[in-house]
Design a binder for this molecule. Structure first.
Ligand SMILES: [Zn+2]
Length: 116
């Protein structure tokens, strides 16, 4: 028997043919690949769905328009000249935006919001 990677010690499963090279995976190897793919897809799904956020006092952020609880977080620059004109120049130069993943409504925050 040819010595090989420990991956091959169990029964050999059908290989993947890739450009003339056949790659064999053990059950463990396939399981690991499956898990990695699952985690990757789950992460992509979560990214698409958005995340939950709450204010400093623990209030859960809900979309004021559609009551959805999932958002994409971003930052936006505030127009300092405009803010001064409006008497709001105490605001930071950047604000936090939470974009509702359902209806797209953009919520603006001058304070930190944290992902939960
Ligand atoms: Zn919404």
């Amino acid at each position: 028997m040819r010595p090989g990677p420990s991956l091959l010690k169990e029964e050999q499963l059908p290989g993947l043919r890739t450009g003339g090279v056949t790659i064999y995976y053990s059950k463990e190897g396939l399981e690991r690949i499956r898990k990695e793919a699952e985690e990757y897809l789950k992460k992509r799904e979560e990214e698409a769905r958005g995340h939950n956020y709450e204010l400093e006092d623990g209030t859960r952020v809900l979309c004021i328009y559609c009551r959805n609880a999932f958002f994409h977080k971003g930052t936006a620059l505030l127009n300092t000249r405009g803010m001064t004109f409006l008497g709001l120049d105490w605001l930071n130069e950047s604000a936090i935006t939470l974009i509702c993943t359902k209806c797209g409504f953009i919520h603006w925050f001058a304070k930190e919001v944290k992902q939960v």
